[in-house]
Design a protein around this ligand. Structure first.
Ligand SMILES: [Zn+2]
Length: 303
């Protein structure tokens, strides 16, 4: 991705020096079990995509969403951007610039899409942390992977996840990382359009298996939204050869079936809550191909 020299978002909150360690353990949980962060502010209720039922169960990008605890008790997040980060390597700063640029690109794209639909996009914040962090959704550990908290409209990212993505999951490439950010921003779009709130309501009468299936639809839609973003990014002429392949490979490597096979040697389809590799690739590609939100209705179509 030809990102250097482009606008970087101001909506980055660098919490890395504050959040590393010291908070103790006990944040674990068993894979497959997760708590739903409770959405706070609704996004105005209007909906770009009609008839979408739902929202998410683990907003988390990767695996093991059970790491997130809490229910909106409201952690305070102070803005320390500009402070020296403890991981402070130049590589990390470059990665921060990359993330800030990708975030800016999502802001521009979604602002345009919302405007075209008579709506106003509110930029999310993106919090960089290391180790553990307190959000409006409770404490979270890096082990949970990146996540979006609907209660405070913030994406939380420990950039060491990118190394994990590369080394452990076999998903390398800049655009694999951009996809991670764009997917989380996709959850923000779901929050603004009221999809998450509906899911939170509906899931109260759902059993776990059904909630997992609904979660898959939410996650696949976030993948599709990431694809829509990539579509417009390609139109700007800043995608490079192999970029989309990197993102699609990432979608494959973090599919529930692939992850479960890798981590436990077998798959438990009922526990899937993000979608299989094939599903994630399909929906990412679908959004990318057309750039149309109407092609991202994972709730009224077979997935
Ligand atoms: Zn997600």
């Amino acid at each position: 991705m030809l990102w250097r020299g482009r606008r970087q978002s101001d909506n980055i909150e660098d919490e890395r020096s504050d959040s590393g360690g010291g908070l103790g353990g006990g944040l674990g949980g068993s894979p497959g079990q997760f708590r739903i962060p409770i959405g706070g502010r609704a996004g105005g209720g209007s909906s770009i995509i009609l008839v979408i039922l739902v929202v998410l169960a683990g907003w988390y990008f990767g695996f093991d969403p059970s790491q997130i605890l809490g229910d909106g008790s409201g952690g305070q997040i102070t803005d320390n951007s500009g402070s020296q980060d403890s991981t402070g390597a130049p590589a990390s700063d470059e990665m921060k610039q990359f993330v800030a640029t990708v975030l800016a690109e999502t802001e521009d794209t979604w602002t345009g899409i919302f405007k075209a639909n008579g709506l106003t996009y509110e930029d999310p914040k993106l919090v960089l942390f290391s180790g553990q962090i307190r959000s409006a959704c409770g404490f979270a550990s890096s082990a949970a992977g990146p996540f979006y908290c609907p209660g405070d409209h913030k994406v939380y990212l420990d950039m060491t996840f990118f190394q994990q993505l590369d080394q452990q999951f076999g998903a390398s490439g800049e655009f694999a990382r951009a996809y991670v950010v764009a997917h989380e921003v996709g959850h923000h779009v779901q929050n603004l359009t009221g999809i998450m709130q509906k899911f939170n309501q509906m899931r109260q009468s759902m059993g776990e298996a059904e909630a997992n299936q609904m979660s898959v639809r939410v996650e696949l839609q976030a993948d599709c939204f990431a694809g829509v973003w990539a579509h417009y990014t390609a139109q700007k002429g800043i995608l490079e050869q192999g970029d989309m392949e990197s993102a699609l490979n990432a979608a494959k490597q973090i599919g529930d079936d692939t992850l479960q096979k890798k981590m436990q040697g077998y798959v438990v389809p009922e526990s899937f809550n993000h979608g299989t590799s094939a599903q994630r690739q399909t929906w990412l590609a679908r959004g990318y191909k057309s750039g149309k939100l109407s092609d991202c209705d994972t709730f009224n179509n077979p997935v």
